[in-house]
Design a protein around this ligand. Structure first.
Ligand code: SAH
Ligand code: SF4
Length: 374
């Protein structure tokens, strides 16, 4: 396990990316007693310690040894923007100066964080702003879980929630294609679901994919989390044009992977469908959509397009959104129209990395901005 090769100067293992059993090996390599592993793990993954200095009941000698031989992922808060609807968007800066975003969406019965899995995205969907950036790099497991830790702490600081883990739900619908970074995603999910860590319920964690068919199978076999699929089109010609991944894994393969995805008791697969005015919002599309998902326990999430400057799409008229939804309901499909949260701060679906993203001239200044209260 290279992550634990303490004799190699670089790269040093990242404590935030290590499962508890790897911390146990590390602790034993350092000649420490086994219970230290759990203690460390809880500091890092349950309390979300931002630095080794916080680990008050861990002996100084061990903290020094760790500081010398390992690294600890932290994310610096670069910006914080608050929407009038309570949504908060954070931009985090990584150790190498990359910017990633997470979006917090409070509701009466839950507090959800939309998490990023990559800096940018290589899939290149033509309607998505993240897609226009290309891929800068994958996030490490530590950087994925760290978004959750920083958000939890900030929510408490802002008086929006209490306890070590005010967040209740996670959706991997931020920047990036989670299944294109499966190795890190898998480790991060294990950390996030672990009892000595944040202990999220698998029922409250959803991974969204544009349709990387072979990796969908692995996700189903190796993790208990929920699946969302960005369908967005009902014919191969249409989907090829909007989502280049469809040329590799066309609709038939995608829906077959959904059909065979292990859906746990009573669960459904969420199909996201971005409604693009005049492109994929006809009533024939609605009929085809219903036909495509037949036999799959389905929930449809209709997302009226969030306009992005420079991209040639617009949302349908509200009446059309309703007609589309009704056409699905008439075919016994549950379809909800996703609320456009945080649109005033470019925090809505497909708008991430707009401001402050790499390549953006309005790129965020190095200083932490005070919250803009709505
Ligand atoms: N890459 C994964 C995870 C990101 S989820 C995926 O594509 O599933 C982002 C969701 O927002 C996807 O369902 C995508 O289709 C949708 N989306 C992208 N751009 C959008 C936009 N401008 N308006 C509304 N939804 C958008
Ligand atoms: Fe990537 Fe998802 Fe955006 Fe497509 S919709 S470019 S897969 S983030």
């Amino acid at each position: 396990m290279t992550a634990l090769d303490l004799d190699r100067p670089e790269p040093r293992p990242d404590l935030r990316s290590l499962p508890q059993e790897h911390l146990a090996k590390l602790v034993s390599l350092l000649g420490e007693r086994p219970f230290r592993a759990r203690q460390l793990y809880r500091w890092l993954q349950q309390k979300g310690a931002a630095s080794l200095d916080e680990l008050s009941d861990v002996p100084r000698t061990l903290r020094d040894a760790l500081a010398e031989r390992t690294t600890l992922t932290t994310l610096e808060r670069a910006t914080e923007q608050r929407s009038t609807d309570g949504t908060i968007k954070w931009t985090w800066r990584t150790h190498d100066g990359k910017l990633v975003e997470s979006v917090y969406m409070p509701e009466p019965d839950r507090r959800t964080l939309c998490v990023s899995s990559q800096v940018g995205c290589a899939v290149g969907c033509t309607f998505c702003l993240t897609g226009t950036m290309g891929l800068a790099r994958n996030l490490t497991p530590g950087e994925i879980v760290e978004q959750v830790h920083r958000a939890n702490r900030r929510i408490v600081e802002l008086g929006e929630g209490e306890g070590p883990r005010p967040l209740t739900n996670l959706v991997f619908m931020g920047m990036g294609e989670p299944l294109a970074n499966y190795r890190s995603l898998k480790v991060a999910l294990d950390l996030l679901l672990s009892e000595d860590g944040p202990n999220f319920s698998h029922r409250h964690v959803t991974v969204s994919t544009s349709g990387l068919v072979p990796v969908m199978r692995r996700l189903g076999e190796e993790t208990p989390v929920k699946l969302a699929v960005s369908l967005n089109a009902t014919t191969d010609a249409q989907r090829d044009a909007l989502m280049p991944i469809n040329r590799r894994y066309p609709l038939a393969q995608l829906l077959e992977a959904c059909r065979t995805f292990p859906v746990r008791n009573g669960r459904r697969i969420t199909f996201e469908y971005v409604l693009l005015g005049g492109v994929n919002d006809s009533l024939e599309d609605a009929a085809r959509l219903a036909q495509l998902v037949r036999g799959i326990p389905t929930k449809v999430n209709l997302i009226p397009y969030n306009a992005n400057p420079g991209l040639p799409y617009s949302a349908p008229a509200p009446e059309r959104v309703l007609e589309f939804q009704e056409a699905l309901a008439a075919r016994n499909l549950t379809a909800v129209v996703r609320k456009n949260r945080g649109r005033d701060i470019s925090a809505a679906c497909g708008q991430l990395a707009a401001e402050g993203g790499p390549g953006d001239p309005r790129r965020a200044p190095a200083l932490t901005r005070p919250p803009v209260t709505g």
